[in-house]
Design a protein around this ligand. Structure first.
Ligand code: ZN
Ligand code: ZN
Length: 366
């Protein structure tokens, strides 16, 4: 097994981002990523997939799509389609059809920022997932940097004594300019939905992403700056994949490995800013040895082992219930005797408090 790190939610000027595909790839190389998947709104941009190189390195750039129904009122239900190779925007009005079309094309569909907060200061509504009568999607984007930041700023907006939009922006700027103080953990509601689906015996994979737009924030007449540049966000919430072997340089082959890894949950979501999450391990050992996204026969018991690349508070969770935990350690072992989906959560101290760090995909004990 080898590990690659990528970011799989971002926007260029083909939708509401401000950078080009090449600027994004340059930023991703600068941040040390191995791959990116660009997900513009309601457009699948052709001719952009492949290896991109500059003098500092090389990156695998893939193209997905963030689909949503532009006629829906209120706006909601953002859907990330990966590995489809064409736009699914025509199916946006019917979420189940969107999922089925993704699967039929051999792709993987994820619900983007399933729980979100409205942020009136920038006229943003709650863009969470609202139509839950769906099935057969590959997974959930359990942690979205920009959505998490938005939620942090909502609290600041709540104390605001005045409701004047210009003054509110002035007031919020120092908070918005220190984003790492607002980033906390994935939304508990999203983790609860995930655990409930896992408890029903479903396989639901988790990814995380930046949702980078690199928008220029303007407060006239004195402030004009990109608050969250691509390279900054690509050092934040990433998805790390376990692959059977290193990238070969063959685009189609390497693309299939990435899609297969993320679609089947051979991955963890890492907030790499406090400390890189590279090197994290979660394995299950019984008759065989397995890792995240894989199944193992229970056969009496399975030994679950967690290793982290820095001291953290570590928990193993089964269907929403903690089954083992340790504080300030790099290791945790638990002997499991029950069937089910076991996943790991780690928190770490950063920017003055305990924050989310690593969220693994499950190992399935059957
Ligand atoms: Zn979105
Ligand atoms: Zn987005």
């Amino acid at each position: 097994m080898i590990e690659v790190t990528g970011n799989m939610h971002m926007h260029t000027y083909y939708s509401d981002g401000e950078g080009s595909h090449d600027e994004i790839a340059d930023a991703a190389i600068e941040a040390g990523l191995d791959f990116i998947i660009v997900t513009d709104h309601n457009v699948w941009v052709e001719g952009m997939e492949g290896y991109y190189e500059n003098k500092n390195g090389r990156i695998l750039r893939l193209i997905g799509e963030e689909v949503h129904d532009i006629h829906r009122q209120p706006q909601a239900n953002h859907f990330l389609a990966y590995g489809v190779n064409r736009s699914l925007a025509d199916f946006a009005a019917d979420p189940q059809q969107l999922i089925d079309q993704t699967n039929a094309a051999g792709g993987y569909g994820f619900l983007a920022h399933p729980h979100d907060s409205a942020l009136p200061i920038i006229n943003e509504v709650d863009l969470g997932w609202h139509d839950w009568d769906i099935d057969r999607f590959a997974g959930l984007e359990i942690w979205n940097y920009m959505s998490n930041l938005k939620a942090g700023l909502v609290d600041i907006w709540a104390w605001l004594p005045i409701r004047n939009a210009y003054l509110a922006k002035l007031y919020a700027l120092p908070f918005a300019d220190k984003p790492e103080r607002q980033i906390s953990t994935p939304r508990p509601e999203t983790l609860a939905v995930w655990d409930a689906l896992l408890a029903q015996g479903k396989r639901i994979s988790a990814i995380g992403g930046s949702d980078a737009h690199a928008a220029t924030v303007k407060i006239r007449p004195f402030f004009k700056r990109v608050l969250y540049p691509y390279a900054f966000l690509f050092r934040s919430i990433n998805t790390h994949l376990n692959l059977p072997h290193s990238f070969t340089g063959d685009v189609e082959h390497d693309k299939m490995m990435v899609l297969d890894g993320m679609g089947n949950g051979r991955a963890w979501v890492g907030y790499d800013m406090p400390h890189s999450t590279a090197g994290f391990r979660f394995t299950g050992e019984g008759r065989a040895q397995v890792s995240m996204g894989e199944e193992i026969q229970l056969d009496g018991s399975v030994t679950l082992r967690v290793q982290t690349p820095a001291n953290a508070n570590i928990r193993i969770v089964r269907h929403g219930e903690e089954v083992a935990s340790v504080k300030n350690s790099t290791e945790l072992t638990h002997i499991a005797h029950k069937e089910g989906a076991y996943r790991v959560e780690c928190t770490i101290k950063h920017a003055g408090k305990e924050r989310g760090w690593i969220y693994s995909n499950p190992i399935y004990l059957r």
